[in-house]
Design a protein around this ligand. Sequence first.
Ligand code: G1P
Length: 294
Amino acid sequence: MSSRIRKAVIPSAGWGTRFLPVTKSIPKEMIPLVDTPMIQFTIEEAVKSGIEQIIFVTSRHKSAIEDYFDRHVELEALLKASGKLDLLKSIEDLRNRCEFVAVRQAEMKGLGHAVWTAKQTVGDEPFAVLLGDDLIFGEPPCTKQLIRVFEERGTSGVGVMQVAAEETQKYGIVDVAAGPGPTYSVKGMIEKPSPKDAPSRFAVPGRYVLTPEIFAILETLSPGRGGEIQLTDALAVLASKNQLWAHEFEGRRFDTGDRLGFLEATIHVALSRPELKGPVRAMLERKLQEEGTS
Ligand code: G1P
């Protein structure tokens, strides 16, 4: 068994109902921020964190994701022939740095079930999980920060961030032992508690490093919140055995599962592009002025 984290599971089987109507025919993960599908930002975080194999957990209507990471021989030939080498590099780059595998989740039974679906492909080694709806920009990347803690502690862990009390019902929330941070031992974990039931304000925005024991735990679980097999419930079992930590990562996180979060991420990405920064700022200022005068 490898004790190094080389593989990352990216669950991407969901319907994307919050982004209907576009998600009727385009997977949520393929919606772009400026010109780049959202999933590519997640993959870049994984690859920059040292991940060598990405395992997508997809479903029937998600083949566009698999196609995106496959070769496109005709397009490559066209770009080469017309000397558009920058564009060629942009489509070849990630594929050269990482291997992509897809497994199918035949039924939508929740995040825990999606992770369990990758069991055979992950094998008997620790792995990372990244949820595509949470975009985290940081240096070192969030997943790398978690892998470093894993290398010291050797047990499973989650990335956490502090949220406002009224936000706890959107996340898995951890109960942590007192300590100076940024890494804490986790005593318990609850999926989407109301503010009054939340044991803390430390929320998990979709970043995990897990030991393969998680698969055996997932197999024993009954459906939890929303009738789904919850990854949070499996993590709570690890916490009860004192085998889970939480690390308050550094980085800028966007909730692209939410329309406003998606728009903010779009603006963030646009402003981070040197060629777009000036024009986008000017456009936003002009727009605000127009709004103010109308
Ligand atoms: C999932 C997890 C939840 C986590 C969240 C992060 O919920 O179940 O524990 O905090 O992702 O985005 P979802 O947002 O898929 O309902």
